[in-house]
Design a protein around this ligand. Structure first.
Ligand SMILES: NC(=O)c1ccc[n+]([C@@H]2O[C@H](COP(=O)([O-])OP(=O)(O)OC[C@H]3O[C@@H](n4cnc5c(N)ncnc54)[C@H](OP(=O)(O)O)[C@@H]3O)[C@@H](O)[C@H]2O)c1
Length: 266
C-alpha cells in the first residue's frame, strides 16, 4: 500500500516540486494539500493524474485525511504549528522549512518521542550538500587551515548560510578544536576576511543567477583541497525528500538532519 502524504504551502516553489516528485514515486501518494490563501476545494496534481483536497487549515485537513506523512516547506512558526498538529494526530512530520529554533526542535523531538512517532527536520535535503559536509569533516582531520565560500541567489535573506555555519561547526568538531586562522596585520576595508566559526573564515557571495553553492577549501604547505557542491535547481532536493518520507515510516522518533537519517553521523 502506498504511503499517503499531505503537502503544505503548495503555492510555494519547494512544495510544488515535492508534489511533482511524489506523483512520480509509485510507492508514495499525495492525498491532500494546504495553502493559506486557497480559493478552491481541490488542487490539480502537477502530473495531470487527478485532483486532491485543498484546504486553508492544516489541522482540520490532517484530521479529515489522516495521511501517513505531512511534508512542510513554508515558514518557521507555521511549520512548527503544522508539525505539532500532525504529531497530535499520529501523522509523521517531514519538515524542510528553515529557521526553526533549537527549542522548537527540542519540543518537536519530545512530542515525537512521547507519541512514538517518526519524524524528520532537515535543514538541507540536497544529498550532495550533506555528503559535502561529511567529506569536509573527514578532511578536517588532516588539515589545520580551511575556509568556506558560500554562494547564493540575491534574494537569500540570511548570511552566512545555515549550511556554511553547520559545515564549519562539524569541521571544527572533527578537527578536534578550532582551525588555525592566519592573522591579517592590516585590514584596508572592514571585515575583509568574513566571519569566523571554529577558526574557519566564512565568505558569502550573493548574485542573481546563482542558486545555492558551497566550496570548502583546505590548505597546507604545497597543496590545497577543494570540495564543492552546486545546487542547479530545486529538483536536487527531491531524492532527499523522498528518502525522508519513506524512512520516517520506519522510525519511532524525530531525527534532525538528513545526514543522521542516512547514517553519516551517529
Ligand atoms: N531543507 C531544504 O533542503 C530546503 C531547500 C529549499 C528551501 N527550504 C526552505 O523551505 C521553505 C520554503 O521555501 P520555498 O523556496 O518553497 O519558498 P516559497 O516559494 O516562498 O514558498 C513558501 C510557501 O510557504 C507558505 N507560507 C509562508 N508562511 C506561511 C504562513 N505563516 N502560513 C501559511 N503558509 C505560509 C507560502 O504561502 P503564500 O504563498 O501564501 O505566501 C508559500 O506557499 C523556506 O523556509 C526555505 O528556506 C529548505
Amino acid at each position: 500500500m502506498a504511503t499517503t502524504v499531505v503537502v503544505t504551502g503548495v503555492s510555494g516553489k519547494m512544495a510544488k516540486e515535492t508534489l511533482l516528485a511524489l506523483c512520480k514515486a509509485p510507492d508514495l501518494e499525495p492525498i491532500g494539500a494546504v495553502s493559506r490563501h486557497a480559493q478552491e476545494e481541490f488542487l490539480a496534481l502537477p502530473d495531470g493524474s487527478g485532483l486532491i483536497p485543498l484546504a486553508t487549515d492544516a489541522q482540520s485537513l490532517l484530521h479529515r485525511l489522516r495521511p501517513d506523512v505531512v511534508v512542510d516547506f513554508t515558514s518557521a512558526p507555521y511549520a512548527v504549528a503544522v508539525a505539532r498538529a500532525a504529531i497530535d494526530q499520529g501523522v509523521r512530520p517531514v519538515i524542510g522549512t528553515s529557521g526553526l529554533t533549537s527549542s522548537e526542535v527540542e519540543d518537536l523531538t519530545a512530542r515525537c518521542a512521547a507519541a512514538k512517532l517518526g519524524g524528520l527536520i532537515a535543514p538541507n535535503f540536497a544529498l550532495g550538500a550533506v555528503v559535502l559536509m561529511h567529506l569536509s569533516a573527514v578532511a578536517s582531520r588532516f588539515f589545520d587551515h580551511a575556509e568556506i565560500i558560500e554562494m547564493h541567489h540575491d534574494a537569500k535573506a540570511d548570511a552566512p548560510s545555515g549550511t556554511a555555519i553547520a559545515t564549519a561547526q562539524m569541521m571544527s568538531r572533527a578537527h578536534g578544536g578550532p582551525f588555525t586562522t592566519p592573522q591579517t596585520l592590516k585590514e584596508t576595508l572592514p571585515h575583509p576576511r568574513g566571519s569566523t566559526v571554529g577558526g574557519i573564515s566564512l565568505h558569502s557571495m550573493r548574485l542573481p543567477g546563482l542558486l545555492a553553492h558551497q566550496e570548502v577549501v583546505f590548505g597546507s604547505a604545497g597543496q590545497t583541497l577543494r570540495l564543492r557542491h552546486d545546487t542547479l535547481n530545486r529538483e536536487c532536493y527531491m531524492p532527499g525528500v523522498l528518502i525522508a518520507v519513506r524512512e520516517v515510516m520506519k522510525l519511532d522518533h524525530m531525527v534532525f538532519g538528513l545526514d543522521r537519517l542516512l547514517g553519516l553521523v551517529g
